[in-house]
Unconditional design. Structure first.
Ligand SMILES: *Cc1c(COP(=O)(O)O)cnc(C)c1O
Length: 370
C-alpha cells in the first residue's frame, strides 16, 4: 500500500466539475486580479473567521509583512516570534523592516513559550506574533494578557490553523490582525499562492487594501508606499468552493489524528514516542500530525521503504541559517527548538486519508519500534 504525505490530485478529482466550471467562469469575464470572486471570498472568509474584514493578498508571507506595515511597525521596531516555526513568520517581520526577536517554544504544544516572552521585551518591542503551529490553536488568554500588560499588538500567524478555535473563538480573530496562507498544501489551499489578513479594525483594513494595491485606493493617487500583492480571481473562485468544505475536511483530519493517536497509544505509554495532544476537533485542525521519537531518521527510512511518505517540520532552526546571521543567534540559544528538531516527524495527513492507510502507517511504526 502507498501512503502519500498529502493527496492534492485526489482532492481536485473529487470536485473536478465544480472547480473547472468556476475557473471557466473567471476566464469568461476575465476578472483575473481582485474582482467579484475575490470580493465574495473576502466576505465569506471574514465570516468564517468571525472577523469584520478580510483582505486578500498574494501569499501568507505577504499577509504577515503587510499586517506589520499596516500597524505602523517597521525600521527600529521589534516583533517577538517563536524560534520554532516556518521561516516565513520571521521573513514577514524582516520584510516590514523590523527585527524578529526570538523566544523558545513550549515542549508540549510547540507554541511560543509565553513565560519566556517578558524577558525579551524592550522599548522597541511593538508586537507578539504567535504561530498556531501544526493547526493547534495557541493559548490566547495568556498571550493576550501578556500583550495587554506591555501594551503590545498581537499579529497571529494562522497560516496552519484555518478554522481552529481557542476557547470557542477562531484563530486569527484574537489579534489586531490574523494572517493566513492559501498555499496549496494548507488546510484551505488555492491552486497557486494566495493569502489573507483578517481584522476587526477598519483603519487597518483600509490601510491593507491600499498597501496591497501599489499604495493606492483611488487610481493614480498614492498616499502610501505600497506594492503589488493581490489575490487572483481564479484563486478566490477555488477558495470559495473549498471554504464550504473546510469544516468537514478539518473534522476528517481530526478523525485521522484520533486513529493515529489510538493506534500508537501503547508506544507512547511505553515511552517510545511522544504523541500530540489531539484536543477536540475544533481546537486542533491537524494541518500536520507531528510526533517525536529518538530514532526519527531510522523511522522515516523504514516508512519510506514501505512507500509511506513522511516529513520534518522543520529540520533546521531558521535562526541558524545564513539569512538570519545578522540577528546574532547561536546554536544552543533555544534548547527546546533544537532538541525537538532532532525528534519530530510528520505522518501523512490529509482529509481523504483512509482508515486502511492510517492503520497501515501505525502498523509500520509498531513494526519499526518493536
Ligand atoms: C505557509 C506558512 C507561511 C507562509 O505562507 P506562504 O503563503 O507560503 O507565503 C507563514 N507561516 C507559517 C506558519 C506557514 O506555515
Amino acid at each position: 500500500m502507498k501512503v502519500p504525505f498529502i493527496d492534492l490530485p485526489g482532492q481536485y478529482n473529487s470536485l473536478k466539475g465544480e472547480f473547472d466550471t468556476a475557473m471557466q467562469g473567471v476566464c469568461a469575464n476575465s476578472t483575473f486580479v481582485l474582482g467579484p470572486h475575490v470580493q465574495q471570498f473576502e466576505e465569506n472568509f471574514a465570516g468564517f473567521c468571525e472577523a469584520k474584514y478580510c483582505i486578500g493578498v498574494a501569499s501568507g508571507t505577504d499577509a504577515l509583512h503587510l499586517a506589520f506595515r499596516a500597524l505602523g511597525i517597521g525600521k527600529g521596531d521589534e516583533v517577538i516570534v517563536p524560534a520554532h516555526t516556518f521561516v516565513a513568520t520571521a521573513l514577514g517581520v524582516e520584510m516590514a523592516g523590523a527585527r524578529p526577536v526570538l523566544v523558545d517554544i513550549d515542549s508540549d504544544t510547540f507554541h511560543i513559550d509565553t513565560e519566556k516572552i517578558e524577558a525579551v521585551i524592550t522599548n522597541q518591542t511593538k508586537a507578539i506574533c504567535p504561530v498556531h503551529l501544526y493547526g493547534n490553536a495557541c493559548n490566547m488568554d495568556d498571550l493576550l494578557a501578556m500583550a495587554d500588560k506591555h501594551n503590545l499588538a498581537i499579529v497571529e500567524d494562522a497560516a496552519q490553523s484555518h478554522g481552529a478555535r481557542w476557547a470557542g473563538k477562531r484563530s486569527g480573530s484574537f489579534g489586531t490582525a490574523g494572517c493566513f496562507s492559501f498555499y496549496p498544501g494548507k488546510n484551505l489551499g488555492a491552486f497557486g499562492d494566495g493569502g489573507a489578513v483578517v481584522t476587526d479594525d477598519a483603519d487597518v483594513a483600509k490601510k491593507l487594501r491600499c498597501l496591497r494595491n501599489y499604495g493606492s485606493e483611488i487610481k493614480y493617487q498614492h498616499p502610501e508606499f505600497g506594492l503589488n500583492s493581490r489575490l487572483d480571481g481564479v484563486q478566490a473562485a477555488i477558495l470559495n468552493i473549498k471554504l464550504e468544505r473546510l469544516e468537514q475536511w478539518n473534522e476528517q483530519r481530526w478523525e485521522a489524528a484520533k486513529r493515529y493517536s489510538d493506534g500508537l497509544q501503547s508506544l507512547a505509554q511505553a515511552g517510545k514516542i511522544i504523541l500530540p495532544d489531539i484536543k477536540s476537533s475544533d481546537e486542533h485542525v491537524f494541518h500536520l500530525f507531528v510526533m517525536q521519537l529518538e530514532n526519527r531518521d531510522g523511522l522515516m527510512q523504514a516508512l519510506a521503504e514501505q512507500e509511506i511518505q513522511s516529513g520534518i517540520h522543520y529540520p533546521n532552526p531558521y535562526y541558524l541559517e545564513g539569512a538570519f546571521k545578522h540577528l546574532g543567534y547561536c546554536p544552543g540559544d533555544f534548547p527546546v527548538t533544537e532538541s525537538i528538531a532532532q525528534k519530530i516527524v510528520s505522518l501523512p495527513m490529509f482529509p481523504e486519508i483512509t482508515c486502511e492507510q492510517t492503520d497501515y502507517v501505525c502498523e509500520q511504526v509498531h513494526q519499526f519500534l518493536k
